[in-house]
Design a protein around this ligand. Structure first.
Ligand code: SF4
Length: 391
């Protein structure tokens, strides 16, 4: 085990429930052996597996939160090409980092990664710390990420419980109740015991990855491939006929809908962009100027009132839809020309791939829509969709 242990929450679960959920139906050794045998044959070759450098492992874990491996891979490769070491990342400008992150979403992860890289260079000589308490003191690093980096990169006996592990364990143990912070805490403790078992400890890096990989490839959210699962013989969820139903879903945050009018003003390859100063959503990014569609009034007037922009000759484009977490957004873009000067600070002419003006993914989608045109362009909405221009 590493020098320190993560904090444990006290459990107030009824004794019977705790016993039922917190025991494996096989020994830790058997559990690990089956997983590891399977993993060595079936695992995917991934860059951070062939090179488990702490920086690479950390970056992959941050990118893979809410993103599938297939989608994250090209970002990972471009990122480490641009910033081969933590020091390169720490020295980079945050706008440039955000620009390279654009498309992955959850931009606070990129900001935290960048801040944490600077802290690691300042306080830990550019090397991700080996101590749990120092790791979780870094911005954006919690129990899961600390456990993943310390176990995978350094072989320290910390467990990991991500969405995949939760699902595998909820099914294997047949946890029928919705997973709560208490039942999750029991899962963490069970796996903590497991990774400290003498036969598992020396292979903790592979053990943790095996459990996550099983969730990603076999014990999938829908249609789990139980016939190919190394744990099937003792899986309580499978025996109870509940494999696909578990874990029980928690109530999700309600999706909210937003509609915006967006002005696309081009000057050769450059566009008129406005920096977002909102406190919570896409803060710091550059976007096409937009106003709420709910705002009453003629669109040219709205842009004059809210942005100080005098726009003429508006031509509508196809509507673009985009979702970020619980925000479902419809953008109603139109091309226009600008009369007069830019309003001042917070507005600029820039190309969309300019590192000094990072843009979120939806802006590129609108640009693609602008290239196809709109209702008057001769390209039908259906054709535009078929060309995968609009989502
Ligand atoms: S047997 Fe099926 S439900 Fe059980 S762990 Fe394996 S894939 Fe998941």
């Amino acid at each position: 085990m590493g020098e320190e242990k993560p904090p444990r929450a006290r459990s107030s679960a009824p004794r019977g429930e705790e016993k039922r959920e917190a025991r494996l139906p096989v020994s830790f050794d058997q559990f690990a052996e089956r997983l590891l045998d399977w993993y060595l044959k079936e695992r995917r070759e991934l860059p951070w597996r062939s090179n488990p450098d702490p920086y690479w492992v950390w970056l992959s874990e941050v990118m893979l939160q809410q993103t599938q491996v297939k989608a994250a891979l090209p970002y990972f490769e471009r990122f480490v090409q641009a910033y081969p070491t933590l020091r390169h990342l720490a020295q980079a400008d945050v706008d440039e980092v955000l620009s390279r992150w654009s498309g992955l979403g959850y931009y606070s992860r990129a900001r935290n990664l960048h801040r944490a890289a600077r802290q690691v260079c300042r306080d830990h000589n550019g090397r991700f710390p080996r101590s749990y308490s120092e790791a979780v003191a870094l911005p954006g690093i919690g129990r899961y990420t600390a456990g993943a980096v310390l176990s995978i990169a350094y072989g320290l006996a910390y467990p990991v419980v991500d969405g995949n592990v939760r699902r595998v364990m909820a099914r294997f143990l047949c946890i029928e109740a919705e997973l709560t912070s208490k039942s999750l805490e029991r899962l963490w403790r069970l796996l903590e015991e497991c990774v400290q078992a003498p036969a598992v400890q020396p292979r903790v890096s592979e053990f943790n990855q095996a459990l996550m990989e099983l969730g990603a490839l076999v014990c999938t959210p829908r249609n789990p491939l139980c016939g190919r699962c190394p744990l099937a013989d003792d899986c309580r969820g499978l025996a109870a006929g509940l494999a696909e139903e578990l874990p029980r879903r928690s109530r999700r945050r309600k999706v909210e809908k937003f509609q915006y009018l967006v002005a696309v003003v081009a000057d050769g390859p450059r566009y008129l962009l406005h920096q977002n100063h909102s406190e919570t959503f896409l803060k710091g990014f550059w976007e096409f100027p937009r106003v709420d569609l709910g705002s009453a009034g003629q669109k040219e007037k709205l842009f004059r009132q809210q942005h100080g922009l005098v726009l003429v000759n508006p031509v509508p484009l196809w509507v673009v839809r985009h979702q970020i977490t619980y925000r479902k957004m419809s953008f109603h873009p139109f091309k226009a020309e600008l009369q007069g000067p830019l309003p001042g600070n917070g507005y600029a002419w820039a190309e969309l791939n300019s590192p000094s003006h990072p843009v979120p993914a939806y802006v590129r989608k609108i640009e693609r829509a602008a290239l196809v045109g709109g209702p008057d362009s001769g390209v039908s909405r259906k054709d535009a969709k078929t060309q995968r221009v609009l989502k």
